[in-house]
Design a protein around this ligand. Sequence first.
Ligand code: IPE
Length: 264
Amino acid sequence: MAARIVVKLGGGLITDKSLFKTPKIDIIDAISKEVSKLISNGHSVIIVHGAGSFGHLLAKKWSLSGGLRPEISVQQREAVGEVRSDMVELCEFVTSSLRRQGVNSRVFPPSEWATGTGEGFEGDIGIFENIPSEIVPITFGDVVSVPGDNEFGILSGDDLMARISLEVPSVTHCIFLLGDADGMLDRPPDMKGSRLLETWKEGEFVETMHNAEQDVTGGIVLKASRASAISTDIEEVWFINGNHPDRISQLIDSGTTIGTKILG
Ligand code: IPE
């Protein structure tokens, strides 16, 4: 059966999060190869990607997630434009890598079609449908306009994942590719003795360490709660290690892989 896959490439997977605007080309290329293979096998793919060091560092510096602050409005508005163009630049690394694998894509920057932040953001998800199945639609976490005095805010790729997975018809798989772990672990990945959870359900305790220094949108906790909301409607919601993108095909072909299946 042909699968319809929505996949998030985490910002920490496709960029070096600590070095300003540094893409991880090898990883992006490995993911593109996998996407190309999925498409050749008759599946369709929608890509959402995160920001990593193309978004979080400047967004943090100028407090963009909290909206307009009159005392620094000039610098903030400049930073809004900069982050938007940096995100388009990061997306170009993804689209050109896909092109090298013979995959065509169409980019939908949220600053052009979405307003508001969080789960209830406004914007027509219909743009991701009615695209020929061999063309990959791509969108990403971005600075968007918000109603009211705040003027702007940050729309996370995880919120895009939720609405796209739930509203685009017949999505079969929703996959979050992580940069630093095989899936959800019972404690932070760099902590000794951390263990992969084969399944996870909202409410089950995990000890997390959210790097508030760089991450302006919410890290693994937001991701897990979005994934859990998605899993009430979609059977196959997974956290998979993005350093092993071939696990996506393994999941589609055999029904399971190394990773965490999120249960609804
Ligand atoms: C963040 O998007 C967007 C910006 C900071 C502009 P995400 O929340 O989806 O990004 P990652 O995956 O954490 O980097």
